[in-house]
Design a protein around this ligand. Structure first.
Ligand code: PM9
Length: 478
């Protein structure tokens, strides 16, 4: 296997990129309240905010759009999506939703009774929001290595069975709503889960009569890591691995915007008819008819095709190899990143990058803003801001304080990633010029999306990007 395989596709259509001046970027970040989510995309050069809904679709996917069946009920495009999920993931039942969080909302309402615990392998923002909104209490049961940016473990996303067992011993199986097993684990750095862990947790759940669910959003990338790292899978295709993985869970929530290679869409898939009936009852209230769930027929067609393309071995070798390429360029330059490099992104360790800042100064938020000003590269905070507040209103302090450089699928070339690496390396050289931030607007939930900040102070040797005199005006709230 080549270490950095070339793109297994050629380019048929291009979208021009926009270059900006440093002055324009300083202005833009101030207007965005130092929140990269609030930057207009026309002011972004290389957009590594997210891999969600940002994939380039294939010629086949675009052609499928034309045959989308837009019937309000009984769309044949739903049949095509359901057939693809049945064939590739092995679940008989599918309930489409407008995107992943629509599926999370529905499954949380179905499986959680208020006061029940929901163990999972690290929190995810929207997942935990819906679990808590349904009255559940999230409990992190990921292995300790997941919280250590440098722990060298091939499957840092694994659930710690001992932690899970303790929780069940303490509260009884009836106190557990379900176990949520994410593949890969986004906030740990895109870290995979082993097949062995899926199997063992499944056996444990079956023994105790607990529902074993999966957030399968990055299922294909996880399958690739199993192929590369787990004994016995080197000669098994990622498509076969994915199907075996799904054989060890009772159902999934899926954000199709990642490993289904589409710009919008999601679904629930499951074996249980009881859950299916409840999901259908809820989907008509919150999403749409069970045969479209908030998606257009054409989007279901593109998703049915995309989920198959994402389980192609050559595609995955390039995809994960490209993320690793960016990681290796940064590691060679001594930049602190989460290792091993994960499947969808390279995560900068903001604590090590900016040791002069306290976590309460929002170092990852400040670093993401500074990288944008430096280069026009947009990244995302994944630290204290994303973690939000606990039930008592106190800031959660996650061990990982990260900036995510997320690589969209089939969109950028390695040359773009060289530009990103050079910008990060240059910023690292002058890291002491980056100062902390404070909130000027904090929404009550999922605050990272729309919060606004301002610089705390002028740090020693500060560049104009962090000078409050330049950005004294408080930006209007959107
Ligand atoms: N993930 C991401 O950028 C979209 C923005 S939320 C910060 O990583 C997992 C593991 C996800 C995810 C979204 C969702 C929700 C569920 N699980 O965005 O609603 O990474 O389709 O999916 C984002 P939707």
């Amino acid at each position: 296997m080549m270490r950095h395989p070339a793109e297994p596709y050629r380019i048929k259509m291009v979208e021009p990129l926009v270059m900006t001046t440093r002055e324009e970027r300083e202005e833009a970040i101030a207007q965005a309240g130092w929140n990269t989510f609030l930057l207009p995309s026309r002011k972004v050069y290389i957009d590594l905010l997210t891999d969600s809904g940002t994939s380039a679709m294939s010629d086949r996917q675009w052609s499928m759009l034309m045959i989308g069946d837009e019937a309000y009920a009984g769309s044949s495009s739903f049949d095509r999506l359901q057939s693809a999920v049945q064939a590739y993931y092995g679940f008989p039942h599918v309930v489409p939703t407008h995107q992943g969080r629509g599926a999370e909302h529905i499954i949380s309402r179905i499986l959680i009774d208020p006061g029940q615990f929901v163990p999972g392998n690290m929190y995810f923002t929207t997942t935990r929001y819906h679990q808590e909104a349904a009255g559940g209490i999230f409990v992190d049961v990921v292995i300790d290595e997941a919280h250590d940016p440098h722990a060298d473990h091939p499957f840092k996303g694994d659930i710690d069975l001992a932690k899970l067992e303790r929780l069940v011993d303490e509260h009884g199986a009836e106190g557990i709503a379900y176990v949520n097993h994410a593949v890969t684990v986004n906030l740990a750095g895109g870290q995979p889960v082993s097949m062995r862990n899926l199997r063992e947790v499944h056996e444990f759940c079956q023994t105790h009569g607990i529902v074993h669910w999966s957030d399968a959003t990055r299922l294909a990338e996880n399958a690739y890591f199993i192929q590369q790292r787990e004994d016995g899978y080197a000669d098994v295709s990622t498509a076969e691995i994915a199907k075996e993985m799904m054989g060890y869970v009772d159902g999934v929530t899926m954000s199709g915007k990642k490993d289904c290679l589409v710009n919008i869409g999601g679904f629930l898939a499951m074996r249980s008819e009881e859950i299916l009936v409840k999901a259908r009852e809820l989907v008509v209230v919150y999403e749409g008819m069970p045969s479209y769930g908030g998606m257009a027929g054409r989007d279901m067609e593109a998703m049915a095709q995309g989920l198959v393309e994402a389980l192609d071995d050559d595609y995955l070798a390039h995809r994960v190899g490209q993320v690793r390429y960016l990681g290796e360029r940064l590691l060679e330059a001594g930049i602190p990143i989460v290792t091993p490099v994960g499947g969808h992104a390279v995560f900068l360790d903001a604590r090590e990058f900016l040791p002069h800042l306290e976590q309460d100064d929002y170092p990852a938020q400040a670093l993401a803003a500074a990288l944008y000003v430096e280069s026009g590269v947009r990244s995302m905070e994944r630290g204290i801001v994303s973690a939000g507040r606990d039930a008592d209103g106190r800031d959660r302090h996650p061990k990982l304080e990260l900036v995510r450089l997320t690589v969209p699928r089939r969109v950028y070339t390695d040359r773009h990633l060289d530009v990103v690496a050079d910008a990060v390396i240059e910023l690292y050289r002058k890291r002491e010029t980056i100062g902390g931030l404070r909130f000027v607007y904090e929404p009550p939930s999922l605050r990272f999306f729309t919060a606004r900040f301002e610089p705390l102070q002028v740090p020693t040797g500060a560049g104009p990007e962090v000078s409050p005199t330049r950005f004294a005006q408080e930006p209007a709230l959107t």
